[in-house]
Design a protein around this ligand. Sequence first.
Ligand SMILES: NC(=O)NCCC[C@H](N)C(=O)O
Length: 400
Amino acid sequence: MTHYVDSEVGRLNTVLLHRPGPELARLTPRNNDSLLFDAIPWVGRAQEEHDGFAAALHERGVEVLYLRNLLAEALAIPEARAELTDQVLADPRLGETLRRRVADHLGYLDPETLSNVLIAGLAHEELRTGPDRPGGLVYRLMDRHDFVIDPLPNLLFTRDSSVWIRDRVAVTSLAMPARRRETSLTEAIYRHHPRFAGTDLVYRPELEHVEGGDVLLLAPGVLAIGVGERTTPAGAERLARRVFAAELAHTLLVVPIAQQRATMHLDTVCTMVDVDAVLMYPNIADTLSAYTVISGTDGEPRVDGPAPFLRAAADAMDLATLRVIDTGLDPVTAEREQWDDGNNTLALAPRLAVAYERNVETNAQLERAGVEVIRIAGSELGSGRGGPRCMSCPVARVPG
Ligand SMILES: NC(=O)NCCC[C@H](N)C(=O)O
């Protein structure tokens, strides 16, 4: 099995998705902000929409791996099980008594049920306690709406917790507390699942913050990385050092983006739809800049710039120009469609992209520019503020 990704647009062979499940049913008006959702999704409809997304990929010959299944399979391996339960039990909120109770509870679960609990979390009332099984002071003082193990509704956005760069995987370091535990699951899958035996990790969750939505593989050997609300400049520098040391890339473009929710990741404003074309939010196309980082002869990253992003990218990619397809014909439409993930397309091959159907103008722009658009429904999926690219982690693409 070849796991290899060196571009955004090489024909997609294998992708990692997460079909949303009970973790979405944990969202309430009390917790949706801290869990990074803008609304309370209708779970059944979100699942239907996600199945539509997966079916569109299947129809085009893409192998779809589901994170929930890989996790359950990995949890059948004792080391993986021990690591993941220890990690949950290390939560300092628990205290000794509750920690013992949770350990008992998890100890009885089969791998599939444990996988579901690690994803959906454990609610206060789901933990069996009683005179013979006391929860202790911490449990007594918990609000019944609190979670003993927090749910991971953003696991849906598999792009962010790991990124394949050639034959290595970067397990990222997520910035938001609500998402941190996601990478313990992805790391366990890559380290323990037989399918990924022998895969080297080029980045790890304990390093400086880097999120996958900020990493674009512009061309073989050329990465762009957004720095803003999530990925930090220190994270970008660390990733540069690691990919240079492993000879996975020769150039990394560091792209500052506004530190706000609408532009939380670089892929919310820019995705690639052809080897020489990006779909880009027009309100920033002319102002986006990039620092070009290359590996110096002494191994230290050498930094040039800033320069306009489109110029720096074309130079690094050895192109005369990088074509820009912009989202929306007027600034208001562009702003609305950018918010609804119009820019966030997933390329299945050059000039073939999956996009949310609701972004009518953006999709028409893509078609005018010669890109075939596979439209999917996303009214419920979009409540987490992510589109087709955010919801997919390419594991194998035809090399560029
Ligand atoms: N690459 C992406 O833009 N992913 C979308 C992440 C959305 C999620 N609710 C978050 O705030 O992290």
